[in-house]
Design a binder for this molecule. Structure first.
Ligand SMILES: *Cc1c(COP(=O)(O)O)cnc(C)c1O
Length: 353
């Protein structure tokens, strides 16, 4: 097993965490007079469980991982930020990631004054593990891989990621925000094999709960412990914990939504390919499609005028000419396709005559 503690910033390794009233007394009681809470307005007068015990039990049961391997955060964005603050010494350490990818990794690197090294994906968005490993040096603390990747929509071979993580003596973060839409298996069940593997998952996409802000990092208990030591004591509020517990009882709806979105993704892909201004629709393992068109800005602006907002990714490395389109409901997607048909009639057909 790799020694994770060696990677932790010395100041964090030494840190004595804040001890809350709920840390010091954890049982039940008739009267709580230990946290300077207001006795009125129950249950919201009470601080939430700082360790999200029930929530972690439920999530662990669902994902088949032990509770002590789960960190719960205010979105997976919190876990990303904490990983930087725990492992990377500002002005000295660096992290390596694929390019293009989710923007939060480089933003968190910037905030923490940590060098962010980008390794381009192949022309067909292939992962180049040799190049990623070559970009690492003695000050590299983490490698970030997003799979399925935002915005390219493809996913990478989990076996390849695992063998790279085996070879590297640093933290390997695999962001699986879109895993429920993927044809590939999650690496969640394999965190027990490697102490340097951190899997990020979120309730914001397949679970349709972006508004409540809940994400998890699943990792070695030593990594979870150190993230927990640095987090705000009450980072996941009571409303979120309770709402998520309810949602976790309702996994059939989530499975239903995923099924519908996958159906709509296939339909949208097929129909988008028929437009003459569409050059390519990339095969997607996520709940969005990356679509290469001949006049991205013109189409983007046309859709905005029609009150339909997609994401213009045409200025991004390797995504030249591309729009990122989230798979919506059947009604929303039909609406989009109708306007694209109108765009083709008004701006493409007329120019070809
Ligand atoms: C949407 C998304 C997330 C989700 O972040 P939350 O903070 O959990 O809402 C994480 N990673 C990627 C790559 C995403 O696209």
């Amino acid at each position: 097993m790799k020694d994770i503690s060696r990677l932790i910033r010395p100041s964090i390794r030494k840190l004595v965490p804040y001890s809350s009233a709920r840390d010091e007394y954890t049982g039940t009681a008739a009267v709580f007079l230990d946290a300077n809470e207001n006795p009125f307005n129950s249950p919201y007068n009470r601080y939430p469980d700082p360790h999200q015990k029930l929530l972690k039990q439920k999530i662990g049961g669902l994902k088949g991982v032990a509770e002590e391997r789960i960190f719960a955060g205010n979105g997976s964005d919190e876990a990303i930020d904490l990983l930087f603050r725990v492992f990377c010494e500002p002005g000295r350490d660096n992290v390596v990631s694929i390019d293009p990818t989710y923007g939060m990794y480089s933003v968190c690197a910037g905030i923490n004054n940590v060098e962010f090294r980008k390794v381009p994906l192949g022309p067909g968005f292939e992962l180049d593990t040799a190049a990623l490993e070559a970009a690492c040096d003695g000050h590299t603390k983490m490698v970030f891989i997003c799979s399925p990747n935002n915005p390219t929509s493809n996913s990478f071979d989990p076996g390849e990621i695992m063998s790279m993580a085996e070879r590297l003596d640093i933290i390997v973060v695999v962001d699986e925000a879109y895993i429920e839409f993927s044809r590939r298996v999650s690496l969640v069940k394999r965190v027990g094999e490697l102490s340097n593997l951190v899997i990020l998952q979120t309730f914001s996409k397949a679970w349709a709960l972006a508004g409540i802000r809940l994400g998890v990092a699943i990792a070695d208990p030593a990594v979870v412990e150190i993230l927990t030591r640095v987090k705000y004591p009450y980072n996941v509020n009571m409303l979120t914990q309770n709402f998520a517990l309810e949602a976790l009882e309702n996994t059939e709806s989530v499975q239903g939504w995923i099924g519908l979105i996958l159906e709509q993704r296939a339909l949208l892909e097929r129909k988008l390919k028929k437009f003459r201004f569409v050059e390519k629709v990339y095969t997607s393992d996520a709940n969005f499609l990356l679509v290469k068109v001949n006049q991205p800005k013109k189409i983007y602006n046309y859709l905005v005028e029609k009150q339909i907002i997609v994401r213009d990714r045409s200025n991004i490395e390797l995504c030249e000419g591309s729009l990122r389109i989230t798979v919506g409901s059947s009604g929303e997607n039909e609406n989009l396709l109708d306007y694209l048909m109108q765009y083709q009639r008004d701006f493409v057909d007329s120019c070809e005559i």
